[in-house]
Design a protein around this ligand. Structure first.
Ligand SMILES: Cc1cc2nc3c(=O)[nH]c(=O)nc-3n(C[C@H](O)[C@H](O)[C@H](O)COP(=O)(O)OP(=O)(O)OC[C@H]3O[C@@H](n4cnc5c(N)ncnc54)[C@H](O)[C@@H]3O)c2cc1C
Ligand SMILES: *[C@@H]1O[C@H](CO)[C@@H](O)[C@H](O)[C@H]1NC(C)=O
Ligand SMILES: *[C@@H]1O[C@H](CO)[C@@H](O)[C@H](O)[C@H]1NC(C)=O
Ligand SMILES: *[C@@H]1O[C@H](CO)[C@@H](O)[C@H](O)[C@H]1NC(C)=O
Ligand SMILES: *[C@@H]1O[C@H](CO)[C@@H](O)[C@H](O)[C@H]1NC(C)=O
Length: 507
């Protein structure tokens, strides 16, 4: 079924219309309603329970940096937190690798990281200095080196991977390199005084948001904004580190923490046993950096989407043989031309069907891989799982509910944001949490270019939180949500947040 919610164009039109028709709306005493039935005016709208003045942003990737610029220019007091020591998020390339992907998958609530909270009952801020055997490993676990690899070039034309005030040079080829994107985002951060060396008192690098909880007014006991528990983690000597925890109270939170943090490894029978028996032989594309380590190896790559297809081509001249397991994409929800990725795959990479089971024997080489069509394969040295990511917000344990699975509705309490990790639910326009519209998400969609898109999302938030644009009542937002879910097919899956560049959601 084809859905015709043209969300990108709606957001764009909404933001445009805010500037263009606000005067008209004000004159007519008719607030503009940010809705997916644009334009809808005259409806009842959501009333924020407290004024939004102070906003925290989680993440200094493209989305967080753009949000910082937009919200601070709109007059909000903005605080920015980034666990890495640099801005740029996904585009901050180093050859350091994150810890290997757990096999089997962890619960999505802790799949990105396990929150590190200060000792219970301690007065904050609390600071601890201690020695570590392997400082590098702990630092990597904290900052989570980003999942791109050496030589990566953008697969999006530069015009849609551009920030308004910083046009790319015209003569630059359109497939910009990761290194150029990294420099670009650093330049953008510097331009706005929010780079790591700007000593901006509102910007915190090496700082992870560990927990976001409701903050209650001490006099009235009412829910009024959010309390963040923050941890700064820094190396101060060859073996010694300093950890510092503190809290910060804000009126609203922008979650721009990225969607490529928690690796997904499929639960193929025997894979966890194989991994336990032959440590280091199975890895996730998140950890893949350079091809040299695959020299003379026979490699099986699971998953032939963007990463798997590209990695197969890069390691191919080094490896002895490369197999690429392609499940095929017959998903009716997906209209993306998947085969486009396969153009990266050289002729001498061997396609194999979906894997049915791993049968570990005495060594990886002797072990058997069984495919769904009944054929078997041996002689594999290394397996790379290029099988995507899951949504994981460890600072929000209260809004994760793994038990719910595909069920649309939790029986009591607030509707969760994340269940099995394949999607985020309970959002209005994929942007604000219907239960708590002072919580917003930036860039969580698939299929849309995040630089341009976050400009619109941040502009929409700046207007909504000021009351210049309105969102519908919670009841109406749920109605719209249910309607969209019904049109989508009645159950969530990983394409729930798919947003094509033509503005379509779903197929
Ligand atoms: C292999 C690969 C290739 C890609 N290629 C392209 C491409 O060619 N073109 C394209 O447009 N997009 C591409 N993308 C998508 C890319 O993620 C986006 O372009 C863009 O980087 C998203 O920006 P973001 O700010 O939303 O998230 P990110 O860039 O992921 O930034 C999120 C930031 O939040 C920080 N963070 C997370 N949790 C916390 C916390 N609890 N506390 C503090 N900080 C936190 C992270 O450290 C990170 O710096 C690719 C992604 C991958 C994985
Ligand atoms: C790979 O094989 C070639 C040819 O046998 C050999 O020269 C080379 O040293 C091998 N490389 C590694 C890393 O084993
Ligand atoms: C595939 O072919 C290319 C080009 O001839 C060659 O460089 C590469 O080594 C081959 N790879 C394998 C795994 O045979
Ligand atoms: C199974 O798939 C492999 C790889 O595509 C192919 O070579 C083989 O012929 C197939 N076997 C059967 C029984 O279809
Ligand atoms: C979904 O949740 C509702 C409400 O708790 C419950 O009645 C229903 O049985 C659940 N369905 C499934 C498939 O779990």
């Amino acid at each position: 079924m084809r859905l015709t919610l043209r969300l990108t164009s709606v957001l764009a039109a909404a933001v445009f219309s805010l500037t263009a028709t606000r005067t008209h709306a004000q004159q007519a005493q008719q607030p503009f309603i940010l809705n997916n039935e644009f334009p809808t005016q005259g409806d009842a709208f959501y009333e924020f329970k407290w004024p939004v003045k102070k906003v925290a942003i989680i993440g200094a990737g493209a989305g967080g940096l753009i949000s910082y610029r937009t919200l601070s220019q709109a007059g909000y007091e903005v605080l920015l937190y980034e666990r890495d020591h640099h801005p740029g998020g996904n585009w901050h390339y180093t050859e350091e690798t994150p810890p290997d992907a757990p096999i089997p998958n962890l619960d999505p609530a802790i799949a990105d990281f396990v929150p590190s909270l200060p000792p219970k009952g301690i007065t904050l801020p609390f600071e601890e200095v201690y020695d570590l055997e392997d400082v590098g490993r702990e630092k990597r676990a904290f900052r989570a080196p980003k999942p791109i690899w050496r030589g990566l070039r953008s697969n999006a034309p530069k015009v849609i991977q551009q920030i308004r005030e910083l046009p790319w040079p015209e003569d630059l080829s359109w497939d910009i390199s990761a290194i150029q994107l990294q420099g670009y985002l650093r330049a953008f951060a510097s331009y706005h005084g929010i780079n790591a060396n700007d000593e901006n008192p509102n910007v915190f690098y090496n700082t992870r948001v560990e927990l976001v909880e409701k903050r209650y007014d001490t006099n009235t006991g009412e829910h009024r904004g959010w309390r963040l528990t923050l941890k700064e983690f820094k190396q101060i000597g060859s073996k010694s580190v300093k950890a510092r925890w503190w809290t910060e109270d804000v009126d609203a939170v922008v979650i721009a923490s990225g969607r490529y943090n928690a690796p997904n490894v499929p639960g193929i029978p025997g894979l966890d046993e194989w991994n336990a028996k032959f440590p280091g032989s199975v890895t996730h594309s998140r950890v893949y950096k350079t091809p040299e380590e695959y020299e003379n190896k026979t490699v099986l790559i699971i998953g032939a989407a963007t990463s798997g297809a590209e990695i197969s081509g890069i390691i191919n001249p080094y490896a002895k043989k490369v197999y690429l397991s392609n499940r095929g994409h017959h998903d009716p929800h997906y209209q993306y031309p998947w085969d486009i990725f396969l153009t990266y795959v050289p002729d001498n990479v061997t396609f194999v069907p979906e894997i049915k089971a791993f049968h570990p024997a005495n060594s990886a080489k002797e072990s058997i891989i069984e495919f769904v069509n009944g054929t078997k394969l041996t002689g594999i040295d290394r397996v790379i799982s290029s099988t995507g990511y899951r949504y994981s917000f460890p600072f929000f344990p209260q809004y994760h509910d793994t038990s719910l699975g595909d069920n649309e509705t939790a029986s009591e309490g607030p509707q969760p944001l994340v269940t099995d990790g394949s999607h985020i639910r309970s959002l209005h326009l994929d942007l604000v949490y219907i239960e708590e519209p002072t919580i917003a998400f930036i860039n969580m969609n698939l299929g849309i270019q995040s630089f341009t898109y976050s400009e619109y999302q941040a502009a929409a938030l700046a207007s909504v939180w000021k009351g210049q644009a309105k969102i519908p009542t919670q009841e109406r937002m749920w109605e719209l949500f249910e309607k969209r879910l019904e049109e989508f097919g009645g159950a969530f899956d990983k394409h729930w947040l798919y947003l094509g560049t033509d503005g379509t959601q779903g197929v």
